[in-house]
Design a protein around this ligand. Sequence first.
Ligand code: 5GP
Length: 178
Amino acid sequence: MSRVKLLDREFELSIPEEKLLKAVDQIAEKMNRDLEGKNPLMICVLNGSFMFASDLMKRIDVPCEISFVKLSSYEGTGTTGKIKQLIGLNEDIKGRTVVLLEDIVDTGLTIANTVKQVSEMGPAEVKVATLLFKPEACKKEVTLDYVGLEIPNDFIVGYGLDYDGYGRNLKNIYTVVE
Ligand code: 5GP
């Protein structure tokens, strides 16, 4: 399928499954070296990261756990403006190596906010893995320890990412046709 239609928009194939899985392989290889003996807790930031987290976990061979969190759609107002609260993290992460699994870093605001909230819970270290990164869109200074692929600043769907709820099931990534 080189084109798909979701709701009112057309999308064309931009990153085939094989290329995505190669990127996942490379992240896993690096994690298997870096995280040896650290007993990390992987934290999958839902919804978009579910497919990445699933393929990644199958390739991780160091002992580890995984937990799933969401950012509330409700936006509380903090001192730095609107902040989405992290919900669903029930583990005690004090003193642990935590690895955040993100689908995509665009402006960087979401991951910067997530790292901040997780850091306040007293882990030994927080690492960030993102399958996709849009360098041209990123406005925040965030350390990305593991990046699968750098991509242009276009809207994409598939492999967990949605357009208004649709397209998460696509195994390839597609870019919107303007
Ligand atoms: P950021 O805070 O870095 O701007 O955005 C992060 C979130 O926005 C991602 O977790 C994802 O949910 C959403 N997002 C950013 N870029 C895209 C995109 O190209 N397609 C889709 N479907 N979601 C995106």
